[in-house]
Design a protein around this ligand. Structure first.
Ligand code: GCU
Length: 678
């Protein structure tokens, strides 16, 4: 690799497995194509084993077929077919490791699995003593880059884009190493440009960029990764010179037909498009009195002729709200806009739904579209770019939060009486619950051209962890953290334990010192970093805490905006009742007096004081733990994280003092413990 960190592919020398006999000869068996992916798999295996163990394995290819992985070709199969094609098995046969698969992507994943075992210093012979088969939980495992073609990154906290500079596409060794890094954790799809498609990015579907995009797509395809582009919904106007983008207009359809034929011919590896329409100022079908389904289906029908899919985002809401208006509720918008057309979206459309109904806050309920939509392909969108979760300054390991999201019971099928949990978000996005044609999970990525890719070394755990979890939603946060640390930072048990003790509680700590009880949004507008209790209170974004001298929170019950009723039972009743609502979401669903007693036995106001003081104290302890690693981890890593912790502590202190002071002043209620409030 060049002048950037190798992260979990650093292949530093390992102690265990040096004399492991089964690693001397490795057989790739099954039926797969002798293609670029296979070549990359062989290269990776040789490099990894040589660097980590000094072993140069004999690699035997024993393939009876010529199957290509679904990820590498453009053909409208199904999510199930994609996942089937990526299955692999690792076993020990006749004294050698056998990696068997039905596609070269499966082989590549098997290689990365084996290298992970070696990288974590697990005993290879024990690990594969009985054959192990791995099947991806989710067919599409995607990263969404919010990179702009001028090189900036929307909500980017780790430098500039490594894809673009001055409206040109960059292709170099880092492009290849990026593909290796993400393929190694199981990512099979990447959208390379910001969902807000503006300026030069609108021209990505013109001959200005075809050549470079074709090259980039080839590199990705060599690692089983499908290339996707964000599309400007109003391309007919912005680059086509037409005066309409009405999805039912014949002229508009004809333009797209010609355009897509050209684009898919010029970029053979392109697998489809992601569209943000009618959202935050972006154009869309609403302008023409059409539905979201009209817009998505028009593009999908044309894309279908080329074996491609359309991923359509559900982030559609009124961003010009009057703060005085208590009836309009941004949280309702996704469901209100998309549920009525459930069943109308064509089968190569996937709706991409943010995990919560608002926007990637540290705590939100799960979007009621999960469980609300029963006849539509769905994908979950999470954000590993830490926009509202510390901006890769504050440590915030997000995998525990993603586990909660995936494990949420939607009751889409089972209903009130059954409640067997057989329809969690994980079940829906794997395709299982509704036997969906396509489904999966996407993360807004946290990468940039910083030396360590993610700004904070510890934020690398979210990139690594997202991929691992997307591939296997059954993995635990703890084991993912451990793999990341062992492969990226150190295999010393003491170091591993200390870093795990930092990562695992970090999300809970961040939540404690920031917005209490699910209310969200007490951040500085525009940057979204740092405390500003009233920053959004009188703004147009639909993001209010509604605090007065008696209480705070948003009434989203049947007596308020009615949002709680968008859930299936029993969730609707639970959220609708202040007595039943879980504490962590109390203020999301209810306007409560400061004296209201939570399940925890504390009043709302005392919870606010305690959580903030504790959150800050715990952040201090995390920083102290990190300091004990001086000399035990690489100096560069140590300094990087140390410096971030200094900034985190400043931030946490401001949050703690500002939130406590604000609510002390407004409520006039003393802290039971008499701590210093300003
Ligand atoms: C957030 C974010 C925007 C982004 C938007 C989206 O609102 O702040 O920068 O464009 O989400 O998801 O489209």
């Amino acid at each position: 690799m060049g002048n950037y960190a190798k992260l979990w592919l650093n292949y530093s020398s390992k102690k265990n497995n040096k004399d492991c006999k089964v690693l001397k000869k490795i057989v790739f068996s099954g039926s797969f194509a002798d293609d670029k992916i296979l070549e990359n798999a062989k290269k990776e295996l040789s490099l990894g084993l040589k660097d980590m163990l000094g072993i140069e394995p004999q690699i035997i290819i024993s393939s009876d077929g010529n199957t290509q992985s679904c990820a590498a070709k453009r053909e409208l199969t199904s999510g199930k077919a994609i996942a089937d094609s990526e299955v692999y098995t690792i076993s020990i046969k006749d004294g050698s490791i056998d990696i068997s698969a039905v596609s070269s992507t499966g082989i590549l994943y098997g290689v990365f699995n084996l290298l992970r075992t070696v990288g974590c210093e697990k005993d290879v012979e024990k690990e594969y003593a009985s054959a192990k088969t791995f099947r991806p939980s989710n067919p599409l495992r995607m990263l969404n880059h919010w990179d702009n073609m001028d090189g900036s990154i929307e909500r980017g906290y780790s430098g500039r884009s490594f894809f673009y500079e001055n409206d040109e596409i960059i292709i170099n060794n880092r492009t290849v190493d990026y593909a290796r890094l993400i393929a190694s954790v199981g990512i099979n799809a990447v959208v390379i440009n910001n969902v807000n498609v503006k300026q030069a990015a609108s021209y990505m579907i013109t001959d200005r960029y075809f050549e470079k995009l074709a090259q980039l797509g080839e590199i990705f395809a060599g690692y089983g990764i499908g290339l996707y582009l964000s599309l400007n919904y109003a391309s007919t106007i912005e680059i086509g010179g037409m005066d309409s983008a009405d999805p039912l207009d014949e002229g508009v359809k004809a333009w797209w037909k010609e355009k897509m034929a050209e684009v898919f011919a010029k970029i053979p590896t392109l697998k489809g498009f992601l569209v943000k329409a009618d959202s935050e100022g972006r154009p869309g079908p609403f302008t023409y009195g059409r539905t979201q389904a009209d817009g998505a289906n028009m593009l999908a029908d044309i894309a279908k002729e080329h074996g491609a899919i359309i991923i359509w985002r559900c982030f559609v809401y009124n961003c010009r709200q009057d703060w005085r208006d208590k009836k309009t509720d941004r949280a309702r918008a996704g469901y209100d806009n998309f549920k009525p057309m459930d069943g109308d979206y064509h089968d190569n459309v996937i709706l991409q739904i943010k995990n919560g109904p608002m926007d990637f806050q540290i705590r939100e309920p799960i979007s009621p579209l999960f469980g609300g939509l029963t006849k539509t392909n769905q994908m979950l969108e999470v954000q590993i770019a830490q926009e509202y979760t510390g901006q890769q300054i504050d440590v915030c390991y997000l995998i525990p939060m993603f586990k909660e999201i995936l494990g949420f019971k939607t009751y889409a099928k089972s209903g009130k009486d059954i409640g067997n949990g057989d329809d969690t978000v994980a079940d829906i996005i794997s395709g299982k619950t509704f036997d969906s044609r396509f489904s999966g999970i996407a993360a807004v990525t946290n990468t940039g051209n910083d030396f360590n890719w993610t700004g904070d070394y510890l934020a690398g755990a979210n990139l690594f962890g997202f991929g691992r979890l997307a591939f296997d939603t059954g993995l635990e946060s703890d084991e993912i953290a451990e793999e990341f640390i062992r492969m990226t930072i150190s295999n010393e048990d003491g170091v591993v334990d200390t870093i795990k003790e930092i990562l695992l509680p970090s999300r809970a700590i961040y939540e404690k010192y920031t917005c209490p009880l699910g209310i969200g949004w007490m951040v500085k507008p525009a940057t979204h970093y740092g405390c500003s209790v009233d920053g959004y209170e009188y703004d147009r974004w639909g993001t209010y805490h509604r605090a007065d001298h008696l209480g705070l929170g948003v009434d989203r019950t049947d007596k308020g905006t009615g949002y709680a009723l968008q859930y299936n039972e029993p969730n609707a009743s639970i959220y609708n009742s202040p007595a039943a609502c879980p504490d962590e979401l109390a203020l999301f669903f209810h306007h409560l007096p400061y004296t209201h007693v939570l399940h925890s036995g504390k009043t709302v106001i005392q919870h606010i004081y305690d959580a903030h003081f504790e959150g800050y104290d715990e952040a201090v302890k995390l920083a102290e733990k990190w300091e004990t690693l001086k000399g035990k981890v690489d100096d560069g890593i140590f300094e990087n994280v140390s410096e971030r912790f200094k900034r985190q502590l400043y931030n946490a202190k401001e949050w703690c003092d500002q939130v406590n002071t604000y609510f002390h002043r407004i409520s006039g209620i003393e802290d039971e413990k008499g701590r210093e409030i300003w």
